[in-house]
Design a protein around this ligand. Structure first.
Ligand SMILES: NC(=O)CC[C@H](N)C(=O)O
Length: 326
């Protein structure tokens, strides 16, 4: 049961969001639902939803903002924050770097090309599997707990696992298995291979909505301070690093393009989710100058792995409402 619900504000901005959703929805035909995880292909490619959450628990919502989908790569930002909160940033940095790759999210190439095979950043699969291997717990189910606990701290409910998406990924995770075994060989993984892999696949299958993503974005925008409870749910310094990583590595090998042409810290997932955090800006004109969290869902993705209509919607909104952090 969700009790931290955002109040839907009906205003001219909501009407504008509705218009943008209908403008960009048709662009979904330029993408396709992911098929390499077979269960993801069952999504409706025409769905497009958005939620923008602001300080006072108010939100703008449009389209399919309430349709559940799995976090996929967006969970990498959560597991990174959980691992850093538990072990400290330095200990996590011993096993994973913070450099963009310019390669696909599941690429293995740099693990061999750069010795000693430490993953470049926590937002690609190799880095995320490594981060998950660091989470405490004797098995995959226990390792998932800190990720769900952190989500519960933010959302006020424990998001469920989509078992069929998990099963589908688990049965077809050949590339991730290759990455994980390679990492183990190089002494990078902190736990048994299958345990880290299973925990990683499970965290990718956590089911949320665009509204939930907007709440996560708002906490990031507020440097880890929960806007509703007033508690620090993630240490400030960790949220700063996470936002920097979202900007530089969060949308895979389109991260440079996103940073240059959209200009907001963003993490995407192959189920079509987009999480953005807009910190408060030192000006008082336009919507959301006190910062906001944005959650978008549009399951038709491009060849890089980002929602086609979702990114177009984000770009338009950021431009029109002057949300670019630069
Ligand atoms: N980019 C993504 O969202 C990838 C996540 C997916 N579970 C994978 O490991 O391939």
């Amino acid at each position: 049961m969700k009790d931290y619900s955002l109040t839907q504000v009906e205003c001219e901005w909501t009407q504008q969001l509705n218009r943008w959703v209908e403008t960009f929805r048709p662009y979904s035909t330029e993408g396709k639902c992911a098929t390499y995880i077979p269960a993801l292909a069952e999504a409706n490619p025409e769905h497009l939803g958005i939620c923008v959450a602001s300080e006072g628990g108010q939100a703008l919502k449009a389209g399919e903002w309430n349709v559940p989908f799995t976090m996929q790569s967006i969970s990498k930002a959560i597991s990174f924050m959980a691992a850093c909160s538990i072990h400290g940033i330095e200990q996590v940095m011993e096993r994973v770097d913070v450099e963009p790759t310019g390669d696909a999210f599941n690429s293995i190439v740099r693990l061999e090309a750069h010795k000693p095979g430490k993953p470049f950043n926590p937002m690609i699969n190799a880095g995320a599997i490594t981060v998950t291997s660091l989470l405490p717990g004797k098995n995959a189910i226990e390792k998932l707990e800190p990720v769900i606990d952190l989500l519960e701290d933010i959302l006020d409910y424990r998001p469920p696992l989509n078992e069929s998406v998990f099963k589908s990924e688990w049965e077809t995770a050949y590339l991730n298995r290759s990455l994980a075994y390679y990492l183990k060989q190089n002494g990078v993984l902190a736990s048994p291979v299958e345990e880290a892999l299973e925990a990683y696949s499970r965290q990718c299958s956590i089911q949320i909505t665009a509204e939930d993503l907007a709440k996560i974005g708002l906490v990031l925008a507020n440097d880890g301070l929960h806007p509703y409870k007033g508690t620090q749910v993630v240490p400030r310094k960790i949220t700063k690093i996470t936002k920097a990583l979202m900007l530089t590595c969060g949308t895979y090998n389109a991260s440079g393009r996103l940073a240059a042409f959209v200009g907001v810290p963003t993490k995407s997932g192959v189920a079509g989710g987009i999480l953005s955090a807009i910190p408060p800006r030192g000006r008082n004109n336009g919507p959301f100058s006190h910062g906001c969290g944005i959650g978008i869902y549009g399951p038709a993705i491009d060849e890089v792995g980002n929602s086609v209509s979702g990114i177009l919607l984000l770009k338009e909104m950021v431009e029109q409402w002057d949300l670019n952090i630069f």
